[in-house]
Structures are given as C-alpha cells and as structure tokens.
Design a protein around this ligand. Structure first.
Ligand SMILES: C=C(O[C@@H]1C=C(C(=O)O)C=C[C@H]1O)C(=O)O
Length: 108
C-alpha cells in the first residue's frame, strides 16, 4: 500500500474513532444524569445505594449482548462493573448529604 493511501485510511478510521468516543462520553453523561436521579430517589426513600440483584440481571444481559455483538463478554462485564462502582459511590455521597448515609450503607 502507498504510504499516502495508508495515511488517508488511518485518518479516516481515526475520525470514526473520535466520533465514537464523543458518543460514548455523551451516553455516559446521560447515564450518570439518570443514575444521580436514582440516587436522590433512593436517599429520599431510605433505599440502599447498591442493588446486587439488579446488577446481576444487567451483567447477564450485557454479557449476552456482547457475545452477540462479537465483543468479549468478560470485558463488557468489567466495563459495567467499573461504571456501577462509580454510581454506587455517587449514591453513597448523595445518601450522606441527605443525612442517611450510614443507614443506607448498613442496609446493603
Ligand atoms: C442505578 C441503580 O443503582 C445502582 C447502580 C446500578 C447501575 O449503575 O446500573 C445498578 C444497580 C445499583 O447497584 C439502580 O438501583 O437502578
């Protein structure tokens, strides 16, 4: 392949990667907007920050979707767990702000 052709292909692929990364950031921001609202709802109703049963369902579903999309299910699970850990940290902080941090944590 000519160096100029390779360079042009690389630039085109990188332009798509940049678009995908931007979409990921916007999707994550929207997800965290929703999960923060869930955190407030939980704090107001004395519900625990984490819900392991719900997480189990999500992991099973995302592993299945990843498999169908030719994405490594182990990677999908690690990625989701990474995000969920951050969400739970937010929920604990929101619970603390509502003055029910310890109670909510004890219930998990
Ligand atoms: C958002 C929630 O809170 C936590 C975070 C989750 C998530 O980020 O998907 C899922 C379950 C909970 O551990 C929820 O309960 O729905």
């Amino acid at each position: 392949m000519e160096p100029d052709t390779a360079r042009a292909q690389l630039m085109e692929l990188r332009a798509s990667i940049d678009n995908i990364d931007a979409a990921l950031i916007h999707m994550l921001a929207e997800r965290f907007r929703c999960t923060k609202a869930v955190g407030v709802l939980k704090a107001r109703n004395d519900l625990p920050p984490a819900d392991p049963a719900r997480e189990k369902q999500q992991i099973e579903r995302l592993r299945r979707l990843a498999d169908e999309a030719n994405l490594d299910p182990d990677f999908a699970e690690k990625f989701l767990n990474f995000i969920i850990r951050e969400v739970i940290r937010h929920h604990e902080a929101i619970a603390e702000q509502h003055g029910n941090g310890d109670g909510a944590k004890a219930a998990t």
